[in-house]
Design a protein around this ligand. Sequence first.
Ligand code: FAD
Length: 343
Amino acid sequence: MTIQTDAVIIGAGPVGLFQVFELGLLGLKAELVDSLPQAGGQCSELYPEKPIYDIPAWPVIGAQELIDKLLEQIAPFAAGMHLGQEVTGFEQRDDGRFRVVTSKGTEFDAGAVIIAAGLGAFQARRLRARGLDELGAGNLHYKVTDRQQFAGKRLAILGGGDSALDWTLDLAGIAEHIVLVHRRTDYRAQPASVAKMRELAATGRIDPIQGMVTTARGVPGQLQALELTDLERRKFEIEADEFLVFWGLAPDLGPIANWSLEIEKKQIPVDTEKFQTSIPGVFAIGDINTYPGKKKLILSGFHEAALAAFGVQKHLNPEARQFLQYTTTSPIMHQRLGVDSGK
Ligand code: FAD
């Protein structure tokens, strides 16, 4: 099924979310797509607990709190949210509209595309080791989709954060044995999880070790062992049936780099009138864009979203006159916001 919409917004970070609001005020419908399972971009993924001090009228607001407020603010516009899927491609059709597709096969027919992709889509940090790529290992995992596939197996779990520890504790109940590999002796995960892991280590179910991976060994399709160096630079090897890597997420421009858009040092150049890219009808706002004087701030992205909304309106309806209306006094905006004009 193809979803028809005025605009597809690629990226549900703070700037992509606010874009829904600015389009909504102008009566335009939007669909949001994000590769992460939750909205909020860097704010939710990288620093949810940190206070932000430079959002106008908020002397201080937590990063996740800001995202929660934005979600509340855009709720009246009921934008479709397509999370956990990356936009892998788009093409301009003969009628000037855009076909946008995601990694989960969701397809949009959109009048405009707004790229609010920040630093790029967040992807699992990959294991790098000599000889690994050549193996094409099918037993190397970056997420768990079916925990039963690890039952009765010898596992090597790499990482020291919450995901690594959570899965170590979870899979300890069904795996034959787990080696937990981390660079240091201290873990970033919740202290309670670390304490539980140490309890299990004392029983021999888990073997926590320190080391840096250097080399992969195996047969085509299967990783069999990793060679590591320990904190004293001594070499050693671990063997396992399945290898799970939880090294967190890192942003990657990904498919956007191949979209025949002008790209400058991993950023998309735009004009500062409409924040339009080198392709008419495709706009770029927030951290992903560049122009003289660009500052990667949430505040700047909000301004860009407001002007891009007018740009989208003009693109969809070039003949129509554009009016600036105030949310305080505009009955049509009140209607769109679902608020009572009499108050
Ligand atoms: P992002 O927040 O990066 O969101 C982009 C989203 O797009 C991501 O969720 C990503 O998964 C998604 N995406 C990318 N490509 C695709 C694709 N192909 N398909 C689907 N989804 C895709 N700014 C301030 O103004 N004040 C501060 O105090 C401040 N403090 C900060 C502290 C830290 C530690 C960090 C890291 C940043 C801070 N920033 C601050 C910067 C601020 O977070 C960014 O400017 C802001 O997040 C940019 O918003 P965005 O919506 O443009 O992009």
